[in-house]
Design a protein around this ligand. Structure first.
Ligand code: CUA
Length: 319
């Protein structure tokens, strides 16, 4: 119950927060619509109450006066809404022109490929591939290209800007920008199957200095731990066909069907925002993926205890 209340509170407190000019424009348009809609609903409800009271049934039911046509009234209820609609049409067009800055043909800074149920995230200029947690430097407007590997998904981080669909066979473009450092939570906003609810987005906006540090770490090839279970784990990773779906820089694993694991343990969460990224959760996931995230494409490899220890020890080194 407390959790539900907290979620409702969080929802309303983050409703009008914006951390980019684009989301600021969208939010103010939404607020203007909301105020006008509230005024209209109060007027309509007021008339209903007044009419219900004034024309309530008398002791002796009698036929009320019949009125046919009222030119003045009909003109009023046609012209007033027309003015309101026209006014908001112009406001909406103005907001659209403010946020839809033309996308020049330059290469995108970020490429997002949506999958059931996770996000492949790439930085073509730096040759970095990561998943589910997007790092961006604050105060920079970055061009994002959004694609899909399977069904229709939808990218939405409300505090940073508008929604953009990920559609198979189509390349969609959008800008992403954050004014202040922080973690911005978003989610897939188009129903895409069983684990749609666990297709979260984390955008980590950092100062240029912190972003550069993160970038440098991502560009490096991680050195796996050289202790015993970890070494066996590295061999198991290829033998147990993990490499058929995942990639790890510096090894022969180079498939992008599943998330890139090169710097797996440098992320804050596992399974697209579902679990905290720690050794215990990693172990639980490898033990029985379908129990944790039903429907996910990760099969159960039915690992024995030694194999599990070895794989976890190996992945622990990928920071
Ligand atoms: Cu992806 Cu909903």
């Amino acid at each position: 119950m407390d959790n539900i209340l907290q979620s409702i509170r969080n929802f309303f407190s983050s409703l009008f927060i914006s951390s980019s000019s684009e989301s600021y424009n969208i939010n103010s348009l939404f607020l203007q619509f909301l105020i006008l809609a509230a005024v209209i609903i109060l007027i309509v409800a007021g008339f209903i109450f007044v009419a219900a009271y004034r024309y309530r049934s008398k002791k002796q039911p009698e036929k009320p006066d019949q009125v046919f046509g009222n030119k003045k009234l009909e003109m009023t209820w046609t012209i007033l809404p027309l003015m309101a609609v026209t006014f908001f049409f112009f406001l909406a067009v103005k907001t659209m022109s403010e946020i839809n800055e033309p996308i020049n043909k330059r290469n995108p800074d970020i490429v997002i490929i949506a999958h059931q149920w996770w996000w492949d995230m790439r930085y073509p200029a730096y040759n970095i591939i990561t998943a589910n947690e997007l790092h961006i430097p604050v105060g920079k407007k970055l061009l994002m290209r959004v694609e899909s590997a399977d069904v229709i998904h939808d990218w939405w981080v409300p505090e940073l800007g508008r929604k953009i669909d990920a559609i198979p066979g189509r390349l969609n473009y959008s800008w992403i920008e954050a004014d202040t450092p922080g973690v911005y939570i978003g989610a897939c906003s188009e129903y895409c199957g069983m684990q749609h609810a666990w297709m979260r987005i984390r955008v980590i906006a950092q100062t240029q200095e912190d972003f550069d540090k993160w970038k440098m770490n991502q560009e490096e090839v991680p050195v796996p731990l050289s202790n015993e279970p970890a070494r066996t784990g590295a061999i198991l990773f290829e033998k147990k066909t993990c490499a058929n779906c995942h990639s790890i820089e510096g090894t022969s694993a180079a498939s992008h069907i599943g998330p890139d694991l090169t710097h797996l343990r440098s992320r804050e969460t596992l399974l697209t925002g579902m679990l905290e990224n720690n050794e215990q959760n990693l172990r639980r996931w490898l033990e029985d993926p379908q129990k944790i995230k039903e429907g996910a494409h990760m099969p159960n490899f039915i690992l024995n205890k030694e194999e599990l220890n070895a794989l976890v020890a190996y992945l622990e080194g990928l920071k």
